[in-house]
Ligand binder design. Structure first.
Ligand SMILES: C[S@@+](CC[C@H](N)C(=O)[O-])C[C@H]1O[C@@H](n2cnc3c(N)ncnc32)[C@H](O)[C@@H]1O
Length: 339
């Protein structure tokens, strides 16, 4: 089978998939994401979005915010808490929509957001005209193919049953004309030996999102790079496996119990944007983005208002993690209508 099929089963199998069973995000689980580090991540994103929401509300009664792939729902909770506290008039007129494929994750989000003005959608049409669409580590959870450039052209690294009933990769020539057309964009930038993980579906979903929802701003936070940097940084591919906070080499070791992820080719989102009439307003690392979005001002507020010294220290350490360690690895792409 293709690695894409394997990853689909390992993450989303109706019974045994990692996300179907309720992924292990956070201290007890397999990996951390920014919303799990500290609510200051969501508070800062909410602060950054506030002028856009206020401006939207001058023209219409409601402002819709759509989040893609919300996981446990922490970003939604923290952003809504921030707006309720800092801008109650805006908060009253926000509709926060969540788009999530895993029923178990939806169940958890609904429990966490029971007291918040949140709703769940199955189709992008239900979020038409949203002011803002955002996501954190959404596209890197899409099942990806694995390819290798050889002297004779592209090979697909497919999953086979090797000796002693072990799963392993084996290279087959790529013959599917759609995949070959898709891979053509990587040819000028690659040499024989290059390994590449990529999900063509990312480009298709992003394009459909923009065409259907036509949001005023899209903020995508993820592991990844623009294409040429990605290929230079990861000549052997970027596939990563996380199991109980350990990085594993072998994606076949704990299917359904480990997270499989890869670095996103942000150029796919940029191209989809250009086709749909969107321009790239910003592309930078998460650290820079959070600083300009005002994370230090949000921290100052915590320092002023929070009486518990341990909580103040927790917030300071979280800023360090979000700006320096996570902040160096994650990128933020902001797109808005226009050319
Ligand atoms: C790596 S988790 C990130 C969760 C959360 N945003 C965070 O930062 O903690 C990816 C999330 O996207 C969801 N997801 C993946 N593919 C999806 C799709 N095609 N449609 C909707 N949700 C999807 C997964 O079920 C999961 O909740």
């Amino acid at each position: 089978m293709s690695f894409r099929e394997y990853m689909e089963l390992a993450l989303y199998h109706p019974q045994w998939g990692y996300y179907t069973r309720g992924a292990g995000i956070g201290r007890e689980g397999d990996f951390y994401t920014s919303p799990h580090v500290h609510p200051i991540f969501g508070w800062t994103l909410a602060r950054y979005a506030l002028p856009l929401l206020e401006e939207t509300l001058q023209r219409q009664d409601w402002a819709v915010v759509l989040e893609l792939g919300p996981g446990e729902g922490y970003l939604a909770r923290d952003a809504l808490d921030y707006w309720r506290q800092e801008a109650p008039e805006v908060h009253r007129r926000i509709r926060y929509l969540l788009y999530e494929r895993s029923p178990e994750m939806i169940r958890r989000q609904q429990a966490l957001l029971a007291d918040h003005p949140a709703g769940w959608i199955q189709r992008f049409e239900e979020a038409r005209g949203a002011a803002l669409v955002w996501s954190n580590e959404f596209y890197d959870a899409f099942p990806c193919y694995r390819f290798r450039r050889s002297e004779d052209g592209w090979q697909e690294l497919r999953v086979v049953l090797a000796e002693s009933d072990r799963l392993d990769f084996r290279a087959f020539p790529v013959e599917d004309p759609d995949l070959l057309r898709f891979l053509a964009r990587y040819e000028p930038l690659t040499e024989p030996g290059q390994v590449l993980e990529v999900a063509p579906e990312v480009a298709a979903v992003h394009r459909r999102l923009l065409d259907t929802v036509w949001p005023r701003r899209v903020v995508t936070v993820d592991y990844g790079e623009m294409r040429s940097v990605l290929l230079q940084r990861f000549p052997r591919g970027s596939l990563a496996v996380y199991y109980r906070h350990r990085y594993l080499e072998n994606p076949f070791q704990y299917p359904g119990e480990s997270d499989l992820t890869w670095h996103l080719d942000f150029t796919l989102l940029k191209e989809a944007g250009a086709e749909a009439g969107y321009r790239t307003v910003r592309f930078e690392d998460q650290g820079r983005f959070l600083i300009s979005a005002g994370i230090l001002e949000v921290l100052q507020n915590i320092e002023r208002r929070e009486p518990d010294e341990r909580q103040r220290l927790r917030a300071r350490l979280a800023v360090k993690t979000l700006v320096y360690s996570f902040g160096k690895e994650h990128r933020v792409l902001v797109q808005e209508p226009g050319s």
